[in-house]
Write a protein that binds this ligand. Structure first.
Ligand code: AMP
Length: 215
């Protein structure tokens, strides 16, 4: 199954994509992770992206579309993929559809993660990521068993540079202006599946599974 995960930062797309990937064996393509890895490796993409990322702004469409097309072309997973955090603009959405059809891929659904703004900000500002395996925790809502260490691999947990309260609000504003119009874009194609992401990770996962089983 090929899915797009759409929704504001902090709504749980990354966490749920990790769980679904583990359960279904599909590929998880997170454009935020792709960019963070490119920064660490010091590639041209990483260098061009960092200024936008640190300000909580979107990286230019042409860079993002090229990076995603390359990942999809290399993906040979029979169980499909989840695109997490892409597309984020109307331009990216139309290029994405052209890329899928050029590669003979069919998009099954666009899963829309919905959550109120105050909860988004508190989820983002308490988020902790594992440096080794990328697993996501939260200092209050989903704390690791041992402070500062990942439950899965023991890796060190860190807070993303763009996960401050201030940057979170800015990223949400950008989401409303540039990404929210994609809901109507995919709705017209009858592809939107809505998921309420209030509650615990387990509760949200159950809703995602149930929404997908209805497809
Ligand atoms: P995320 O991990 O999805 O929250 O993304 C972190 C940051 O990476 C965003 O705030 C953007 O600066 C950049 N980014 C990730 N995906 C995209 C995209 N599809 N288009 C533009 N910028 C992106």
């Amino acid at each position: 199954m090929n899915l797009i995960f759409l929704g504001p930062p902090g709504a749980g797309k990354g966490t749920q994509a990790q769980r679904l990937t583990a359960a279904r064996g599909c590929s998880h393509i997170s454009t935020g992770d792709v960019l963070r890895a490119a920064r660490i490796e010091g590639t041209e993409l990483g260098k061009q992206a960092e200024i936008f990322m640190d300000r909580g702004e979107l990286v230019p469409d042409d860079l993002m579309c090229a990076a995603v097309a390359e990942h999809l072309a290399r993906s040979e997973n029979q169980n499909g993929w989840i695109l997490d955090g892409f597309p984020r603009t109307l331009k990216q959405a139309s290029v994405a559809l052209a890329t899928f059809s050029g590669l003979g891929m069919h998009l099954n659904a666009c899963v829309l993660f919905e959550l109120d703004e105050e909860t988004l900000v508190s989820r983002i500002s308490g988020r902790l990521n594992c440096q080794e395996c990328g697993r996501i925790f939260h200092e209050s809502f989903f704390p690791p068993k041992k402070a500062g260490k990942c439950d899965s691999c023991g890796g060190v947990l860190f807070q993303r540079q763009d996960d401050t309260k201030e940057t979170a609000r800015h990223r949400i504003t950008i989401y409303r202006a540039q990404t929210e119009p994609l809901i109507a874009f995919f709705d017209e194609k009858d592809l939107v599946v809505r998921v309420d992401t209030t509650g615990t990770q387990d509760e949200v996962y159950a809703r995602v599974e149930s929404a997908l089983s209805d497809l």
